[in-house]
Design a binder for this molecule. Structure first.
Ligand SMILES: [Zn+2]
Length: 70
C-alpha cells in the first residue's frame, strides 16, 4: 500500500458543514463532487491540504487529518 504524504492531498470543503476534508491529488482534477479520503463528498477543492484551507482551517476533518498523516 502506498503511503501518502499530506502534500499529496488537496483541501476539499463540505459545503453543507463547512468542514475541510482531504482529497487525493490524483483525483482532484476530476469533475465535482470529489470523494474525500474519509469517504465524505466535497463540492469544493481549493489549495493544499496542509495549507490554510486544509489542516490549518477552522474545522479540519479529524478522520482526514489522521488518514492524510498516516
Ligand atoms: Zn474527511
Amino acid at each position: 500500500m502506498l503511503v501518502a504524504m499530506s502534500s499529496d492531498h488537496a483541501a476539499g470543503r463540505d459545503q453543507n458543514t463547512g468542514q475541510a476534508h482531504a482529497v487525493l491529488r490524483s483525483t482532484a482534477d476530476l469533475p465535482a463532487p470529489w470523494a474525500a479520503i474519509c469517504g465524505a463528498s466535497v463540492g469544493v477543492v481549493q489549495g493544499r491540504w496542509d495549507g490554510p484551507r486544509g489542516t490549518r482551517s477552522a474545522d479540519p476533518c479529524p478522520e482526514c487529518t489522521r488518514l492524510a498523516a498516516g
